[in-house]
Structure formats: structure tokens, C-alpha cells
Design a protein around this ligand. Structure first.
Ligand code: SAH
Length: 409
């Protein structure tokens, strides 16, 4: 932010809001968003990223958060309860808290994981992933932009890793260009990258396309499901549908799979999986595994290749419901996809179906897959259902997206 604008904000009285009773109850219960239509009174116009203080009906401090006049989510809550001063020491303590939460989760075989999981860690709309010595911060709201430099400096001094890459959700890219003079994928500090950095997840080496890839370059949220697939893989022919960079495939190979076939619509994703296999040739089971790639739409390929059977199929598609109105259609699509997968399972085969749609609840998803299994008229047993990994913990409904179900036929 330029100096003149900063002065303007500092010389004004604190931005104060009064809100509806319903919103007050929600904030007290820990919900991290205040919608614009819940604001009853506001003492003045506010700028994106300034601190807004929310008062309750007794005129007492209720919460403080980041204001955003251009988003339906008007305030993203930083703190609820007793009044606190949001200063440099406060931000430093908050970062330390996120780091502390992960301190005992991983050993030296895992140096790629999520350090800050947005709202659920008290950093609304901000994600920080670590890939060995490279940190990737992804911002989903313009409210962070005026504060970005301060936060980046804090991360640099407190985490002491070599590089920080900034990623921006599409909707805030124009604002970032104006305020930070930054583009999506820009290196904030540290050497420029000659190639994608690599990191370890449970001892397997992966590349992460940190500057241009989906999310922050890798799907760190599936680590636990990948481990489960590794433990089920021995001697099996495996299909990894929606394989992306081959996360599940490498674990399956290390777990002793006879063959692993990646199926993805993107040639770019399949090429990344090839490189990840190449990175792990020193692992005998990976070197032995017969790895193949198919570039196709998964629905089309399943329908056109009825005769192909596998002993374990992973279905981990992109979100089928980007908004609430797509929920019913998404549930039908999950059911259909599972049905196609089951048709391609050999006797004794295992289906691993995942969903990352926050608009479809875990129970809705599990029921859809169970319905599909029942329709196949084949006997099956449910092995387990799974939820969020501990570094991706979700503290409220909208953040709760990942679920998996394992069925044995
Ligand atoms: N399972 C992956 C993450 C999957 S992300 C992992 O563990 O890392 C979703 C992937 O689905 C992307 O790679 C995308 O290219 C692919 N995809 C999207 N639509 C598809 C379709 N219709 N058929 C096949 N692949 C598709």
C-alpha cells in the first residue's frame, strides 16, 4: 500500500460493525465468516484488508477480522472473545501456533505438508504449504494484500526456509497486480527456480509445480489415503483414475503393485507422474512395477473399455460441485463414476473412492458410493471411510471437503 493511502486508513477511527443476532451467535460458535447482509451498522466505509471490530448487542467487543468491501464475506474473523491487539507480536504468535500444531506430525521422511490451513488455523483465506525448502503461500482473498509484506517478512524470519512463492486465486489477481505489483507464481524471496522443486512424502520423492500447478503444486491432502493404498497394493494390478502427478501410484508401486496405470485427461499431469516414477527408481519395488499412462476422459474410457479389469481402483476426481446448486448433480456423478469403477474391478478387487466437494457431505457421498455398490449386485464389504489429514484439519462446515471410502468386492 502506498504511504498516502496508509496514512488515510491510520488517521480514521477504527472500523466498527454491529451485526444481526443470528450472525452474532454464529461467530460465537466459531464460524469464521461474517456476510455483508449480516451487518446492521457500520461507522464508515472500510478498505480491503483493514481490521474491523465487531461489537455485540451489549456493545462489548465480540470479534476482530479482516474487512473486505468487495466480497460477500465482509469480514474474515481473526479472533473471537476477549479484546486483543493485533500487532506484530500477535501475528508472530499465531504463526508459531500453526507451526507447533505440526511439529510432531512428521519425521524427516516427510518435508512436504501444509503449515497453514486457512480459517481452520486462524488465517482466513490463506494457505501455506511447505515443499522442503520452498514455501508456497496461496491467497484466496484480497484482504491479505495490504498486509502481505508484513506476513512474508514474518514467515521469512520465523520459518527460516530458502524460498517463498506467492500464488493467487484467479479473482484476486487484478488486485494483486495493482497493490503488490505481483503476478501469480512470483518468487517473493529466494533463488529463482530452474526446475520444479522436489520434496519427500513418507520417503517418496515428488516434484511440485509450485509456480503454475493446481492449488500449490501438489495435492498434499491425500497423504494418508495414499499410505492406505500402499498397504493394500501388494501383487495387485492398479488403476489410478484422475491420477494427476501420480501420488497414489507411487505409493501403490512401493507397496508392491504388479502394475499401476495412471488415467488422466491431462498430458501435463501424466508427464509429471512419469517424472515422479523416474525420481524413485532407487526403490526396488517402484523399479519393478509396470507403470503405464492413459490420457483420456475417465468416464469415456471406462465406458469404452469394458473388458479391462483391475484389482484396485482409485477414483479421486476434481470437485463435481463448485457451488451449492450443483450438489444433486455431483452426487449422481459420484454414483455413476463408482458404478463404472466397480464394473472394472476383478473379483476380490478394492474400490477407493474420494470426493473433494465441500458441497457434498461425507454421508451423502458415502451413501452414493454404497448405493452404487448395492446396484452392482456383487457382494462387498466396507473396509473403512476416511476424512481430513491432521495438517488439513477443518474446523467448520465449509472447510470440510475431503472424504474417502474403501470397498472390497
Ligand atoms: N488424485 C490426485 C489428485 C487429482 S486432481 C492426487 O492424489 O494427486 C484431479 C485430476 O483429475 C487432475 O489431474 C485433472 O487433470 C484430472 N481430470 C479432470 N477431469 C478429468 C476427466 N474427466 N477424466 C480424467 N481426468 C480428469
Amino acid at each position: 500500500m502506498n504511504q498516502q493511502k496508509k496514512q488515510l486508513v491510520e488517521n480514521q477511527p477504527r472500523l466498527r460493525l454491529r451485526i444481526t443476532a443470528a450472525a452474532e451467535a454464529q461467530l460465537r460458535a466459531g464460524h469464521p465468516w461474517l456476510y455483508g447482509d449480516s451487518v446492521r451498522e457500520q461507522n464508515r466505509d472500510g478498505a480491503a484488508g483493514e481490521l474491523a471490530v465487531i461489537f455485540d448487542r451489549q456493545d462489548k467487543f465480540l470479534a476482530v477480522g479482516l474487512f473486505d468491501p468487495d466480497s460477500p464475506i465482509r469480514v474474515r474473523i481473526l479472533h473471537v472473545g476477549k479484546p486483543q491487539t493485533i500487532d506484530a507480536a500477535w501475528w508472530s504468535a499465531r504463526l508459531a501456533q500453526s507451526v507447533e500444531l505440526r511439529r510432531t506430525l512428521f519425521d524427516d521422511q516427510t518435508n512436504g505438508y501444509r503449515l497453514i490451513n486457512g480459517e481452520s488455523d486462524g488465517w482466513p483465506g490463506l494457505v501455506l504449504d511447505r515443499y522442503d525448502q520452498t514455501l508456497v503461500m496461496k491467497l484466496y482473498t484480497a484482504a491479505w494484500l495490504p498486509r502481505f509484506e508484513e506476513i512474508a517478512n514474518l514467515i521469512r524470519s520465523q520459518l527460516n526456509l530458502q524460498r517463498l512463492v506467492l500464488r493467487l486465486s484467479r479473482n484476486i489477481q487484478p488486485a494483486a497486480r495493482k497493490i503488490l505489483l505481483s503476478e501469480d507464481g512470483q518468487i517473493v524471496y529466494g533463488d529463482r527456480l530452474e526446475a520444479c522443486p522436489t520434496f519427500l512424502e513418507n520417503g517418496i520423492r515428488f516434484e511440485a509445480d509450485v509456480c503454475h500447478g493446481q492449488k500449490t503444486g501438489f495435492f498434499l491432502d491425500q497423504r494418508e489415503n495414499r499410505r492406505a493404498v500402499e498397504s493394500l497394493a501388494k501383487g495387485r494390478h492398479i488403476l489410478n483414475a484422475f491420477s494427476f502427478s501420480g501420488g497414489f501410484s507411487l505409493y501403490a508401486a512401493r507397496g508392491g503393485a504388479t502394475s499401476v496405470t495412471d488415467l488422466d485427461i491431462s498430458a501435463h499431469a501424466l508427464a509429471s507422474a512419469e517424472r515422479n516414477f523416474a525420481l524413485n527408481q532407487s526403490v526396488p519395488a517402484v523399479a519393478r512395477c509396470d507403470h503405464k499412462s492413459i490420457q483420456a476422459d475417465a468416464f469415456d474410457w471406462f465406458a469404452a473399455n469394458e473388458q479391462r479389469k483391475f484389482d484396485l481402483i482409485v477414483l479421486d476426481p476434481p470437485s463435481f460441485a463448485k457451488r451449492e446448486t450443483e450438489r444433486a448433480g455431483a452426487i449422481r456423478a459420484y454414483e455413476k463414476l463408482a458404478g463404472l469403477g466397480i464394473q472394472h474391478l476383478a473379483n476380490g478387487g478394492i474400490l477407493v473412492a474420494c470426493s473433494c466437494s465441500a458441497h457434498v457431505t461425507a454421508e451423502e457421498f458415502f451413501e452414493a458410493i454404497r448405493r452404487s455398490a448395492a446396484k452392482s449386485a456383487r457382494p462387498f464389504q466396507e473396509i473403512q471411510t476416511t476424512r481430513h489429514a491432521p495438517d488439513h484439519h477443518a474446523t467448520f462446515k465449509e472447510a470440510d471437503y475431503l472424504k474417502g471410502i474403501y470397498l472390497h468386492f
